[in-house]
Design a binder for this molecule. Structure first.
Ligand code: NAD
Length: 510
């Protein structure tokens, strides 16, 4: 086993009401190190009793504490302090994240700076927030009274976990909500860093709370808790459906960021080398454990054979190795359960399509969750490896002839998160982008994104879009206040002599 980074405690406890706690039941679970699958930390295994306490602390802070009542500028000042604290631990976080999740160290670097940027961004937005007012001269003025929604339940996945958590924590806290975070059970270790960060930044007790544990126990209890007004969930489609159903009984406000099976469409007039570089990175970065991975590559038949050959040649040269080695490009998958899932899809793929390269464990890495970069070609649209999210270093390449066929193939899946279009024809780029059923499309590029833009999927990739002011809207109530400026025209029920014109049901707009 690689050397454990400094600062990882032997045991991880829940944190709520400003204090650390063991599970009420005393339960713990093991966290595994992905290059050996040996346990190296135990984390408190929360269930309903722990969620009840954490939500109670968050509700108390929301109902009675200063956080929701602070001026936006005051909250923003603390968010900036959180950002500074996060940025300070950039190297420590990279080491922890890489060790805990198997992310190659080179790709783990910079995660803290990105997370810090999320806090600075939402701090700026909340200060600049403007709400609308609508005036009907002489009659009525209406304005929007923005209020934080309440206790926010935040449920996050294990891929780039710290960054994912920051994407929810920052807008929730900026909006004035108090939060209960339930991080993924495979990767609780970096989440534990938030406790010190929040304390050092001066976040009042009860505003930030965290409960570790499994989805079926801790996650489920958070979704079903009547005092958790909203749930912001990122994870798989299957779990998303369960969360959706379970949220119904309490009319939860829900944001669901789910999986993807995103197409990259490469036309024969594209910049071949740039498309090649980008689709290799799009599939194999972050170990392929990336929600926006371009895991289906659709290539125009005129360049198909050349592309498949060039893609496979490069994929074979990708360096698979330990997460801590700076030359590693693909490291160990997060957990043996996930390794089993990915390798079982590779076996399915061998029955369904042409295996071009990869297809199993690299021979020089006999232990740990290592998978070769795996390329399947000639993948039919009804193949499971074309339809289902694998979430590992596995790609399906499929040829097409016409623009219409490319669009049809791109849309022929349950998901609709991201898409990538490669062509030098400007009109075609825009037309194809517009015809693809996905929340986000990148033209001749990948995954670089302005935080102000909408982020989210359509179809099975999720409900609701976050990003920019959309995130603040999700964590807020926009209450409409109507004030009469002139005489109140009330239909005088029980009095005599009112006309049809006095019915007062609505009225003209300004
Ligand atoms: P998952 O659905 O298994 O788990 C996600 C979280 O939900 C975990 O914290 C888990 O404990 C919790 N959970 C599980 N069952 C639950 C239940 N019944 N009630 C409440 N919570 C429950 O997903 P994962 O394997 O951790 O993450 C990978 C998935 O996340 C992939 O599908 C990936 O595409 C998706 N993802 C999406 C985005 C996005 O922005 N759209 C970003 C990252 C990851």
């Amino acid at each position: 086993m690689a050397t454990k980074p400094a600062g990882i405690p032997d045991g991880i406890q829940h944190y709520y009401g400003g204090a650390l706690h063991d599970s009420v039941s005393g339960g713990v679970f093991d966290v595994l190190e992905p290059t050996t699958n040996e346990p190296y930390v135990t984390a408190a295994a929360g269930d309903k009793a722990d969620i009840d306490r954490a939500v109670a602390a968050a509700k108390h802070a929301f109902d009675h504490g200063p956080w929701p009542r602070m001026l936006p500028r005051e909250r923003a000042t603390i968010l900036y302090r959180i950002a500074d604290e996060v940025a300070k631990i950039n190297d420590e976080l990279a080491a922890v994240e890489s060790y805990d999740s198997g992310l190659p160290i080179r790709q783990a670097k910079g995660q803290a700076n990105r997370a810090a940027e999320n806090f600075r961004f939402f701090a700026d937005l909340i200060v600049a927030q403007v709400d609308q007012a609508f005036k009907m001269p002489g009659r009525q003025i209406n304005y929007v009274n923005r209020k934080p929604l309440g206790v926010a339940g935040l449920i996050t996945p294990w891929n780039t976990p710290f960054m994912q958590e920051s994407w929810k924590l920052a807008p929730a806290l900026a909006s004035g909500c108090t939060v209960v975070l339930k991080p993924a059970e495979f990767t609780p270790v970096s989440a534990n860093l938030w406790v010190d960060i929040m304390e050092r930044a001066g976040v009042p007790d009860g505003v930030f709370n965290i409960v570790y544990g499994y989805g079926a126990t801790a996650g489920d209890a958070l979704v079903k808790h009547p005092d958790a007004t909203l749930i912001s969930f990122t994870g798989s489609l299957a779990t998303g459906k369960t969360v959706y159903a379970n949220g119904a009984s309490n009319m939860k406000h829900l944001s669901l960021e789910l999986g993807g099976k995103s197409p990259a469409i490469i036309f024969d007039d594209a910049d071949f080398d740039k498309a090649l570089d980008s689709t290799l990175f799009g599939v194999f970065s972050l170990n392929g454990e990336r929600c926006t991975a371009s895991s289906r590559i659709l290539v125009q038949r005129t360049i198909y054979d050349r592309f498949v050959a060039a893609y496979a040649e490069r994929a074979e040269k990708i360096v698979v190795g330990p997460p801590s080695d700076p030359v590693t490009e693909i490291a160990a998958l997060v957990h043996p359960e996930h390794y089993d899932k990915v390798t079982s899809y590779i076996e399915i793929g061998k029955q369904e399509a042409r295996l071009v390269t990869g297809g199993g464990r690299p021979s020089h890495l006999p232990v740990g969750n290592y998978v070769e970069p795996t390329v399947f070609a000639d993948v039919a649209p009804d193949a499971r490896i074309f339809q289902e999210e694998i979430f590992g270093p596995v790609v399906a390449i499929t040829p097409f002839d016409t623009e219409d066929e490319a669009i049809a193939l791109a849309n022929d899946v349950e998901y609709g998160l991201a898409a990538y279009v490669w062509t030098s024809d400007v009109a075609r780029a825009h037309n194809v982008a517009g015809a693809i059923e996905s929340g986000m499309v990148w033209i001749n590029s990948h995954n670089v994104r302005d935080l102000r833009t909408p982020f989210g999927g359509v179809k099975g990739s999720g409900l609701g879009h976050e990003g920019g002011y959309r995130s603040l809207d999700f964590y807020s109530v926009q209450q409409s206040i109507h004030v009469t400026l002139g005489d109140v025209h009330t239909t005088r029920f029980g009095a005599t002599g009112y006309s049809e014109n006095d019915l007062g049901l609505g009225g003209p707009s300004a």
